[in-house]
Write a protein that binds this ligand. Structure first.
Ligand code: UT7
Length: 341
């Protein structure tokens, strides 16, 4: 049995904001943002567009890719889905309903269970393992969509230059399937291994403080909008360690060397985090895929967006061993080792 990624999709809002656009309204500059983060631009949704809209578009694109190959319609494929797992920090609604349920309805995936995963920028890594686990546990389930989707532009304090310059909106999706490809146990394919970790002692270093039970709405009090708050330095140091440690753990668990890995697809939080981790590990920068310059940090969406970009560009070859690494609020971190289909 194997859990294979059989298709990918993404959704990037057309509206693009450069660093210079931000510098017009904030005390910042293109030079500072580029030199401290590697970011050159970010994409933002228009008024009225929410996370489920981007998730739906990414999901439809992934379904269309698979449907074409299978010679079926995207709608028929949607009806065959057993599970939808959606990682997001910016759900359409807090708590209820899950954004995955909104996507499930609009896709017409009436046979699919649907749930959100709250693991911030590690949401896709956690989501992939969750969906793979659900397909593995019950043989009546075969197909799942794993989506990472965010509209961070809604939860940013646009007056805080420490966070406003970092984030962008977008969504990515992968369609996974339980296959019998390695039924004889000799040929290994698909999701080989996942590492999932958390350190809740760092919970306050990256959080959306308002909007939950800790700071509830009270009659008569002025309600402050929920917004992302971050201790950038602390999260930076955590991120370098999380990235380095996860690469080492995944390799050790499978008895592999870094040369066995074709590509590392890290969460796109800051190019300097990736460079620092690469230096510590002695891994050439070219092994890491980076698209942060165009999209900034799209949290749970960054890894599936990158997977779709690489996949559609034909840069992931059958048999390639790829590694995804996520880290972020929670604090959470982890990674997947995948043999591309
Ligand atoms: O995806 C979830 C995980 N998140 C992350 O991984 C983010 C991790 N953290 C980071 O990437 C970096 O810490 C930041 C990019 C957020 C900040 O970079 P830094 O090199 O750690 O800068 P800093 O916070 O130490 O600030 C250095 C200086 C400060 O000025 P002073 O006190 O030295 O005068 C800041 O006020 O840079 C200033 N600064 C800015 N200047 C221009 C902070 N933000 C900006 C800005 N433009 N946007």
């Amino acid at each position: 049995m194997a859990i294979e990624i059989i298709a990918t999709g993404r959704a990037i809002p057309p509206k693009r904001l450069t660093n210079d656009d931000l510098a017009d309204r904030l005390d910042t500059s293109d030079e500072w943002i580029r030199s401290h983060t590697g970011i050159g631009a970010r994409h933002m949704v228009d008024e009225g567009v929410v996370t489920s809209d981007l998730a739906l578009e990414a999901a439809r694109n992934a379904l269309a890719m698979a449907a074409e190959r299978m010679g079926v319609s995207g709608e028929a494929l949607a009806q065959s889905l057993d599970v939808i797992v959606l990682g997001t920090t910016t759900p359409d609604y807090y708590g209820v309903p899950a954004t995955a349920c909104i996507v499930q309805n609009k896709l017409g995936a009436r046979n699919a269970a649907a749930m959100d995963v709250t693991a911030a920028c590690t949401g896709f890594i956690y989501g992939l393992e969750t969906a793979a686990g659900l397909l593995t546990l019950n043989r009546s389930r075969k197909r799942a969509l794993v989506i990472g989707a965010e509209v961070l532009s809604r939860l940013i304090d646009w007056n805080d230059r420490g966070t406003a310059v970092l984030f962008g909106d977008g969504a990515g999706a992968v369609l996974i399937e339980r296959t019998e490809a390695s039924g004889d146990g000799r040929v290994r394919r698909g999701l080989l291994r996942t590492v999932l970790e958390a350190d809740g002692s760092g919970a306050e270093s990256l959080m959306i403080r308002r909007g939950g039970g800790r700071y509830p709405y009270r009659e008569g009090e002025a309600a402050e909008s929920p917004r992302v708050e971050m201790d950038g330095r602390l999260v930076y140091n955590f991120a370098v360690k999380a990235l380095t440690g996860t690469v080492e753990k995944l390799l050790a668990a499978e008895g592999l060397a870094i040369d066995d890995v074709a590509r590392i697809i890290p969460h796109q939080a800051n190019a300097r985090i990736i460079q620092a981790a690469g230096k510590r590990l002695g891994i050439p920068e070219s092994k890491f895929f980076l698209n942060i310059e165009e999209y900034a940090n799209t949290s749970a969406a960054s890894i599936p967006i990158a997977l779709d970009e690489l996949n559609r560009a034909g840069e992931l070859k059958p048999g390639d061993l790829i590694m995804t690494i996520g880290f972020g609020g929670g604090l959470t971190y982890g990674g997947n080792l995948i043999i591309w289909q």
